[in-house]
Structure formats: structure tokens, C-alpha cells
Design a protein around this ligand. Structure first.
Ligand code: NAI
Length: 312
């Protein structure tokens, strides 16, 4: 295995501060609750003001909770929200880039407004969080954790999810790419890829801004989706919140929730490997492009999971 600085696990989150985007409902709220119960401070940033007030009342721990209204696509507002978080708690240690919307439908119906809104929030929001908050985590020198909410759809893309999958796969790729870079700064990176979770995501359409409504092929679909009940068999937000907390504590590269996806993921990767040219490796070329051929973050994650299995 290649050696590389591996960030120490975050371990105890008590007294540390997390900035959670999209934290006023669903998964983000589940993560916020788990972190507060573990003794962390949380700053819940969300576009929905009424949900923020409700979240604050629900969590009920004023000493550890701050809320801030934020549209994650607004970069200037993001900087102001980060300032507010630091003014309240001093330092931000954890960024949970979680705000997201369910933009789903046939690619043949997708118009530019659907692509632009979907990518702007689901990918742009995560990028804006990293650009805004990562330097602040580095600056205080105490280390921390970046958690990005991707999705199982990044690992097992299905039909009718092109826009959503584009953003979620990008988020996963970003997380894998920056993990090694940040290890030396004692900043961990976790990509969170939940399967179906009970949340408010079916109501994403009501958040679609006016400027993304005229050239959309998905409006009717969004209105129909709001009427569909959430299955009680989907995982609860509190359960996934606890899984994310465990992943933060252990500095896991991947935080997964649903073993049901395992066989499908294996088939996908087998299909990719089966498409590799069945030819001998050109050793000279391999040497020349060696820097492209592996990422120690994968060896590290494999070792930590195998270590856990041995300990169990
Ligand atoms: P949710 O709708 O319950 O929560 C998302 C929150 O993000 C809401 O409070 C919403 O107001 C906020 N938000 C939306 N646009 C925003 C913006 N522009 N700026 C700031 N806040 C904004 O949905 P859920 O399911 O909890 O989603 C959280 C994340 O989990 C999303 O990134 C979603 O894609 C992802 N996810 C959800 C799954 C599920 O089955 N619920 C499965 C896999 C991933």
C-alpha cells in the first residue's frame, strides 16, 4: 500500500461545530440531531425560514444550535452565513454539504432550467460550501471533517435520474479526489451515499425559483410527486443521522446506509471491469502514467473497514 498522511479520526465531536446545509428538514435535520446529542454545536443553514424555526424548536438545545437562512447557490450569502457561524461558535470544524433537491425525470423532457437548477443546487451548493468553509477550517488548525451528501445514485445510476445523478456522481468524485489532499491538514472527507430516506424531498418543486420555471419540462412531474406518500420502509432521517455521526467519528471515506444496493453495485463495477481491454499492461506506459493509476484513499478505506471486520 502507498503511504500517505492519514488524518486521525475526528473521534469525539463534543464542543466542535458543524455547519449543515439543508439542515432544517429530513436527512440534514437527522444529522443535526445526532451531532447535538453527541455534544457538538450545529449551525443549520437552509433556504426555508419556517423550517429553520421548527428545527430549532424541535432540537430544543439553544446553547448548541444556531440557524441561518441561506440559499446555497448564493456565494456572498454563504460567506455571510459562515461569518455568522464563526461569530456564534468561534470556529467551524465540520461542513456537511447536504442541501439538495429531487430533480428527476426523463432526459428527453429535461430542459435547461431543469439542468441549471438541479446542478446549481445539488452540485453548486456543495462546491460553494467547500470554497467558503474549507479555508476557514484550515485556518484554525484544529482539523475537521468535510461531509458531502451524495447518493446511492452516484454508485448505481438508474434511468430517469440524469440530472440528479450528474450532481451526485460529481460530489462523490470531488470527495474522493480531495481526501488525500486534505489528510495532511488533518481534515477528513466523507462521502455520504444514502439509499431512500423518509424526508421532505418530494416537495422540492415548491423551491424552484421563478427564473427556472419557464423552460422546464419537469414542473408537472414535481407537482405529482408532492402527492406521493413516503414509504414507512424508507430509512428514518434519525437513523441515517446516527450513521453519519459514526462515519464522522471514524473518518470513513464512504458512509453507506442500505446493504440492499450491494449486489447491483457489484454488477455495475463488474460490467466496467469486464469492458477493460483484455490486453497485457504496457509496463513503460504504466510507469509514465503511474500517478493516475491509484489513489491511496481507497487502500486506506479498505484497510480501515477490514480492520473493523477483524475487530468485530
Ligand atoms: P429534504 O427536502 O427533506 O431536505 C433538504 C433540505 O435542503 C430542505 O430543508 C430544503 O429546504 C433545503 N434546500 C433545498 N434547496 C436549498 C437551497 N438552494 N439552499 C439551501 N437549502 C436548500 O430532503 P432530504 O431527502 O433530506 O435531502 C437531503 C440530501 O440528501 C439531498 O442532497 C438529497 O439529494 C440527498 N439524498 C436524499 C435521499 C432520500 O431518499 N431522501 C437519498 C439520497 C440522497
Amino acid at each position: 500500500m502507498m503511504t500517505q498522511a492519514v488524518k486521525a479520526p475526528m473521534g469525539d465531536v463534543r464542543g466542535k461545530t458543524a455547519f449543515i446545509t439543508g439542515g432544517a428538514n429530513g436527512i440534514g435535520l437527522g444529522i443535526a440531531r445526532a451531532l447535538v446529542q453527541a455534544g457538538a454545536n450545529v449551525v443549520i443553514a437552509d433556504i426555508r425560514e419556517e423550517s429553520l424555526a421548527q428545527a430549532r424548536a424541535e432540537i430544543g438545545s439553544d446553547a448548541q444550535v444556531e440557524t441561518v437562512q441561506l440559499d446555497v447557490t448564493d456565494r456572498a450569502a454563504f460567506a455571510r452565513a459562515a461569518d455568522a457561524a464563526e461569530a456564534r461558535f468561534g470556529k467551524v470544524h465540520m461542513l456537511v454539504g447536504n442541501a439538495g433537491i429531487g430533480v428527476m425525470g426523463p432526459v428527453l423532457d429535461a430542459r435547461f432550467d431543469d439542468w441549471d437548477w438541479g446542478m446549481g443546487v445539488n452540485l453548486g451548493g456543495v462546491i460553494n460550501g467547500i470554497v467558503t468553509i474549507l479555508p476557514r477550517i484550515k485556518a484554525h488548525g484544529e482539523g475537521g471533517q468535510i461531509v458531502t451528501t451524495s447518493s446511492q445514485s452516484a454508485l448505481l445510476p438508474i434511468s430517469y435520474s440524469a440530472i440528479y445523478t450528474a450532481a451526485k456522481a460529481a460530489i462523490l468524485g470531488i470527495s474522493e479526489a480531495i481526501r488525500g489532499e486534505l489528510a495532511g491538514e488533518n481534515i477528513g472527507v466523507s462521502a455520504f451515499m444514502p439509499g431512500p430516506v423518509q424526508s421532505h424531498i418530494a416537495h422540492s418543486g415548491e423551491l424552484r425559483p421563478a427564473e427556472y420555471r419557464s423552460d422546464s419540462g419537469y414542473r408537472q412531474r414535481e407537482e405529482d410527486l408532492e402527492k406521493r406518500p413516503v414509504s414507512p420502509l424508507w430509512m428514518s432521517a434519525d437513523e441515517v443521522g446516527e450513521r453519519v455521526l459514526a462515519g464522522i467519528r471514524d473518518n470513513d471515506l464512504y458512509i453507506l446506509t442500505h446493504p440492499e444496493f450491494g449486489p447491483g453495485m457489484r454488477t455495475r463495477f463488474d460490467a466496467i471491469l469486464a469492458s477493460m481491454p483484455d490486453e497485457a499492461i504496457n509496463q513503460d506506459r504504466a510507469k509514465e502514467i503511474g500517478f493516475l493509476l491509484s489513489n491511496p484513499a481507497f487502500d486506506d478505506q479498505l484497510a480501515r473497514r477490514q480492520g473493523k471486520e477483524l475487530a468485530a
